[in-house]
Design a binder for this molecule. Structure first.
Ligand code: ADP
Length: 237
């Protein structure tokens, strides 16, 4: 058994005063790393992530090349200073898993077949972790890919939803995640209405899951608008 859960909704309010279906303050900036082909910084409250893209470029060693398509490589890492106690800087099981699920969530958005034998490399660095880092990372990665000019079917838009103290909520903070009955990571291509990431931890009824997916879709509409605004802002700077 894990640690006993702390209360994270008190008198109907979340610890940071948010309503159940309210996002934290969102900040997005495109083109933050001049040496990468594309980059973006995204914050959801205290969770802050930078994504940078290299490519499409020729893939070496050659035996890794695919004749009919490029490949997407994705690396998720947490900075040692991103969490309360120093995080070991190398890859661990969690970052290997998150790198894979992020790649799978991004792949359907990209016209990889346009660049045979090439690679597109996406690096996601969590600078500060306070819950929902994989979805924040996906929003940043999709902006960085667009900034790099990688041809895409659509942006990937992501958010987390879950159940805390019996209440269905949007955008879990770290403390909420640690004390949740369930949490769900969700990503989609809005214009295609295609879900590209759906992971769930914990227990939910079928109706609760349906309600959470509705909440996530609605939130993604707003996040999508913020992403497009961030992309436009780069070009009027
Ligand atoms: P996500 O960040 O996508 O929600 P998890 O559910 O695995 O992924 O993690 C939830 C939260 O737990 C993270 O956002 C972070 O705040 C915290 N966390 C994850 N790994 C560590 C770690 N090694 N040390 C301290 N906190 C961590």
């Amino acid at each position: 058994m894990g640690k006993p859960k702390e209360k994270v909704i008190i008198n109907g309010k979340r610890l940071d005063g948010r309503l159940p279906n309210q996002l934290r303050e969102v900040e997005m900036k495109v083109g933050v790393i001049s040496r990468a082909n594309g980059s973006a910084m995204v914050s959801f409250g205290n969770t802050r992530v930078i994504a940078a893209v290299h490519g499409p470029r020729a893939l070496f060693p050659k035996h890794l090349q695919e004749v009919e398509t490029s490949i997407l490589r994705c690396r998720y890492s947490m900075a040692p200073f991103s969490v309360d106690e120093r995080k070991y800087p190398g890859p661990d099981r969690r970052s290997i898993e998150l790198s894979k699920v992020m790649r799978l969530a991004l792949e359907p958005a990209i016209f990889l077949e346009e660049f045979p034998r090439a690679t597109v490399d996406v690096y996601v660095y969590v600078l500060q972790a306070d819950g929902s880092t994989r979805v924040t990372g996906l929003n940043a990665a999709s902006l960085a890919l667009a900034d790099a000019g990688v041809p895409m079917r659509d942006l990937v838009v992501a958010c987390s939803v879950g159940k805390i103290d019996g209440t269905l909520v949007l955008d879990l903070s770290g403390k909420e995640d640690n004390n949740s009955e369930a949490d769900v990571a969700f990503a989609m291509l809005p214009s295609k209405k295609k879900i590209t990431l759906l992971q769930m931890d914990g227990l939910l009824t079928e109706d609760e899951l349906k309600e959470l997916l509705k909440m996530a879709r609605e939130a993604c509409k707003n996040i999508y608008e913020l992403q497009k605004k961030a992309l436009r802002e780069k070009y009027i700077r």
